[in-house]
Design a protein around this ligand. Sequence first.
Ligand code: 6R9
Length: 655
Amino acid sequence: MSASSIDSHLLENRVFPVPAEFAAQANIDEARFNALKAEAEQDREGFWKRLAREHLHWITPFQQGLDASAAPFYRWFADGRLNVSANCLDVHLHGAQRHKAALIFEGEKGEVRTLTYAQLHREVCIFANALKRQGIGPGDRVAIYMPMVPEAVIAMLACARIGAIHSVVFGGFSAEALKDRLEDTGATLLITADGAWRGGKLVPLKRHVDQALLREHEHKVRHVVVLTRTGQDVDIVEGRDIRWEDAVAGQPADCPAEGFEAEQPLFILYTSGSTGKPKGIVHSSAGYLLWAKLTSLWSFDLKAEDVYWCTADVGWITGHSYVVYGPLACGATVFLYEGAPMYPRPDRFWEMIARHGVTVLYTAPTAIRAFMKAGDEWPARHDLSSLRLLGSVGEPLNPEAWVWYREKIGAGRCPIVDTWWQTETGGHMIAPLPGVTANKPGSCALPLPGISAHIVDEQGVEIHSPDQGGYLVIQEPWPGMLRGVWGNPERYRSAYWQKFDDRYYIAGDSARRDADGYFWVMGRIDDVLNVSGHRLGTAEIESALVAHPAVAEAAVVGIPHEIKGEAICAFVILKHEHVGDDRDELGAALRAQVTELIGPIARPDDIHFVDTLPKTRSGKIMRRILRAIARGEEITQDISTLEDESGIDQLRPGK
Ligand code: 6R9
């Protein structure tokens, strides 16, 4: 075993075969999967060129495939021109499809609004003309700070229609976080709403905007478009602010789709930043759209008949690729929900799935664990038989939660598609294909066709032996990859390429591969623990803790230890029916459990029972904050992406 690899001890052996009925109707069956893989192996560039020709509508067809002349700044299809919004809308306006629902929206208070493809196209054209009227043109940056309402999607597609670069800032972010992003992108126009509904409360979006824009020399915003959502009072600044309804008044419903260069940036999106200051990730038009569309067809088996629901906010990459661009490029029906998942009761999701007949559900482990904690009775009250596929993204889905999701939500019938990818990768990279790949709980399975994922050690040497952990890297460029960090080419190089001399894209995650070639993500490289010379990822220890029936969620970090180098400190949230249990007994039981499932090396030294864990707003545990707390250090890191700052105090030992 190489000294620089990461140890793995928790081996999960359950395998769930692909259901035969699912395989029989899947977009990608085994023969197709093998053919795609073989095609990519033989001529990778030709493979991507063929797919780009077949799956995208080009205004000027491309001749060039990959341009690697300035590697690792790669370009794809660079001499072609297309319009991204036309690929999501205009291509579906023929025949009966134009009257098919593109968006079904449900507000937190329960109102439902449906927009057909024809209607969505019309709204996008009108708003695109309104943006032009405000002086916005190709290459200009437009910030979007909105609730999860159809107008957020309309705003994104309207930018794409006129070649403007959007930068969506999650509506749950503070004025300060918004200000930083406005400053960094140099956005000249901002689209917002008076407010948003969240968990029955009003979020004052426009007030945050006013605060963010206070110091004029710190940003370039000249115009603010304000949608009326909640009807709350807002200040309208004369000459700067304009109501959405006034901006669109009198605008024509026709906005011809001009062709833009394939490499024209489509958007800038800041990473969730669970480790360090957020980076403005830049995505292209053609390559990005191609990958968002293909992965929707492949991993989600998306069909025209599906009512598809990705629960992510459009403020995250998951919302970009799998609420907007991927499913609309496929012509699917997208369900959109405005509010909080447990509002007004923990069965809000299940009730909506039953009412709208949702067929494909894509959500995050943090939500699945929260539902698990709330109790099985909530999903049991509803008819979830419309569901045919369940997806997960954001963190490792630990086997306990995986099995719960499969049984309580999917009735043991639906394939589980655990998708590993990142803001930077544009779309899924490693995922089981639902009609092809048997499921192993906790594993994101195999790289998608065209994706060359590997595990390498500290020196960048590929690890071939099974179950030995290392750096998860991607060897060959792919069309959906990021094009850089906005305004900071150096950071792009140093964060993603430098360590292994530009030979691989470095994802920053640790992972292992088992004897069947399945990938198991072990956590972020920065979070790896070093206990007596053994390097341990966080995911396995956390999974072993969550496998105990009393535990709902767990996070582990290392604290300095004189003899072992690092000792393991665990933060554990109990399921609500176990909150009153004896803590000493539980602590002993959890240590015994980890010892049994992984080995004595992974046995936590300290266990803190807590009510909450610090998470990014997209639901990822921020272990660097827990590390500071466990070590009794001041929290000096950037916490602008933290969900709930007040939660930090409750975590301090002794509280
Ligand atoms: C899409 C998204 C990326 C990081 C990534 C990894 C973690 C995402 C995962 C997963 C294990 C999965 N991650 N999906 N870990 N299994 N299925 O979440 O993008 O916000 O940029 O986060 O999330 O650590 O590196 P982003």
